[in-house]
Design a protein around this ligand. Structure first.
Ligand SMILES: [Zn+2]
Length: 366
């Protein structure tokens, strides 16, 4: 009888726990938000990591998968500026626009909004930090080509940590001293750990580690993206109000434009390493929403079988040997993946416009 009472009590606890789970349908509000953008990373680029990585890619660790439609306000095929602006502001805009809507009016970016909410903010990219994707989170500019003006906007932007290339755009405008007078500690040599010696986020940190874009992975960039992400997270996590970080694997796109599959794949694998480090933190933290997506697909990249000659001049595709190839030197209109982990992640399943990523994040926070 005693055993039966114990199992009855256990069953009641299980029922009570389950029903309380069913009652709370509202998604949990995340404290921290990390958006990771693989520039040019379509489904094929992500798939490549499954054939070329030495172990299971970190992409597999996401419970929620969706697809985002990337057309811009002006074209069926977007550029990186309009693609990133859609994610950062929730507004479709014309190709080339940074943080502006179709009427060339300023659109508030997620970074600006979340900073006003008291969160610390960070930007990391393997391009110049003034390049289209990171710029679309802190600047407002009619043309992505105005790198000098975009660099200058960093002086007033609510950014607490940034790391990437682009030193020449800051040096040519003598902006390094200006940044320092705005409370930035600027480092142009390497990812030192000085942010971690502080107890708070009152000092800002800027790492400008290349004249323009960072080196390619195939030219020995090393673990910059993963290490900068870890440093930024550990630093901004000192803010009790939480943080927002955008991390871009910029050069997946550049490999696509170059129609260089080795370049593309090495950059996707590097991006996946950074994704792994971010997830390691988010899993431990429990209050961090991680979104991994892309602004568009680049190159019309695909993973077909290698063509083999057969007698009488015919060609067949060898289904046992992948021969990555491209259909364009530009971008394509293919949908791109959205992977989500953490509080509110369930909102990101389905097929939707890229602007919905912004809308879903705001909905979660309100
Ligand atoms: Zn591109």
């Amino acid at each position: 009888m005693k055993v039966n009472f114990i199992s009855l009590a256990f069953a009641l606890v299980v029922i009570a726990t389950c029903s309380s789970f069913q009652v709370s349908k509202e998604p949990k509000k995340p404290k921290n938000i990390i958006i990771m953008i693989g520039d040019g990373m379509g489904v094929s680029q992500m798939s490549a990591s499954y054939y070329y990585a030495k172990k299971e890619p970190n992409f597999s660790r996401f419970p929620i998968v969706g697809l985002s439609k990337t057309s811009s306000g002006s074209h069926k095929i977007t550029d990186s500026a309009a693609g990133a602006t859609a994610i950062s502001t929730g507004k479709k805009t014309y190709n080339g626009a940074i943080g502006l809507d179709m009427d060339k009016e300023c659109a508030e970016t997620l970074l600006e909004y979340l900073s006003k909410e008291g969160k610390s903010t960070g930007l990391i990219s393997t391009s110049s930090i003034t390049h289209a994707t990171p710029a679309s989170f802190f600047a407002h500019e009619k043309s992505r080509k105005s790198a000098a003006s975009i660099a200058k906007q960093m002086l007033e932007a609510p950014v607490d940590f940034f790391a990437g290339g682009g030193l020449k755009y800051f040096e040519s405008g003598s902006l390094i001293k200006d940044l320092e007078s705005k409370g930035f500690s600027i480092n142009t040599t390497g990812l030192d750990k000085s942010p971690l010696r502080l107890n708070n986020t009152s000092t800002k940190f800027g790492y400008l580690l290349a004249s323009d874009g960072m080196p390619k992975m195939i030219n020995g960039r090393g673990e910059f993206l993963k290490e900068a992400s870890e440093l930024c997270i550990e630093f901004l996590n000192k803010d009790e109000d939480g943080f927002f970080i955008m991390i871009e694997g910029s050069q997946i796109d550049w490999g696509g434009h170059a129609n260089n599959s080795q370049y593309v794949i090495s950059e996707v694998l590097d991006f996946d390493q950074a994704v792994g480090a971010v997830l390691d933190f988010a899993e431990k933290d429990g209050n961090t929403l991680v979104i991994v997506t892309a602004d568009h697909e680049t190159g019309g990249f695909t993973l077909g079988g290698k063509s083999k000659k057969v007698p009488f001049g015919g060609l067949v595709s060898d289904y046992d040997e992948i021969d990555p190839s491209f259909s364009t030197r530009g971008h394509s209109s293919a949908m791109v993946p959205v992977l989500a982990f953490g509080p509110g992640a369930e909102m990101f399943s389905g097929i939707y416009e890229n602007t919905e990523i912004h809308a879903k994040i705001l909905k979660l926070l309100k």
